[in-house]
Design a protein around this ligand. Structure first.
Ligand code: NI
Ligand code: MN
Length: 226
């Protein structure tokens, strides 16, 4: 799977010839000014919760690309009124798509859309197919529910975890999450974008190393194969 980082929590994962775009927030992000939002491609857009720093570019990208939104019922219903096609999920449920299976799992956070509309409960995604399995946590605290993932899903090849503290887990808690989800490699997200979540990169990576885990911090605009 090829993973491209567009800053904050926005990633594109390419698998089985499909582009899965996560939490599109690029144009308001000064750190991602080199990313051309108008050129981001997507076949599916997966949104973890309704906060502005996860949906800012959703409508524009979905309308330009025709991508299908995959999110919780409330967020899919909200964007359906704006003309976006979508597939609604709720916690613990999974669905089969042409690129693989998506399971919507618990996150401990909040979720309201930018105009104040109720955004359902926040979640994360576990996605798998014959190329592998990964967990996109979304904004979340460390939670015991993460232990359910290795009990209910295939073994994880990698995870994308928030590490910025203040609104989500920090790297120390994320390293504990790696033990809960039984995973060896993570890509960090939700750090440095705002003053509240600026972090020490070396200290974050050391927190993972101390537990025998790997934390990848991708430069914005760059990609890796996992
Ligand atoms: Ni949030
Ligand atoms: Mn956020």
């Amino acid at each position: 799977m090829k993973i491209t980082y567009y800053g904050h929590s926005c990633f594109c994962v390419e698998t089985r010839g499909q582009k899965l775009l996560f939490d599109p927030f690029v144009s308001p992000n000064e750190l991602a000014s080199s990313v051309k939002v108008d050129e981001i491609e997507a076949d599916h857009i997966l949104v973890t919760h309704g906060h502005q720093d996860h949906v800012a570019d959703l409508e524009d990208i979905a309308k330009r690309t025709g991508a299908r939104l995959i999110s919780n019922f409330e967020i899919v219903s909200y964007y359906a009124e704006k003309g976006l096609k979508g597939h609604p999920l709720n916690h613990g449920g999974k669905a089969k798509f042409d690129f693989g299976i998506v399971k919507y799992v618990n996150a401990v956070h909040s979720s309201v859309l930018p105009d104040g509309t109720y955004g359902g409960n926040p979640g994360g995604f576990v996605i798998w197919n014959d190329e592998g399995c990964f967990y996109f946590a979304g904004d979340t605290a460390l939670t015991m529910d993460m232990k359910l993932i290795p009990m209910t899903c295939p073994g994880l090849d990698f995870a994308i975890l928030p590490i910025g503290d203040n609104f989500t887990m920090d790297a120390q808690d994320a390293a504990i999450a790696m033990e809960y989800i039984n995973c060896e490699r993570a890509i960090g997200c939700h750090y440095d974008t705002f003053g509240y979540i600026e972090i020490d990169h070396k200290a974050a990576q050391k927190a993972f190393e101390d537990k025998g885990k790997e934390l990848i911090l991708l430069p914005i605009g760059e990609a890796t194969e996992l």
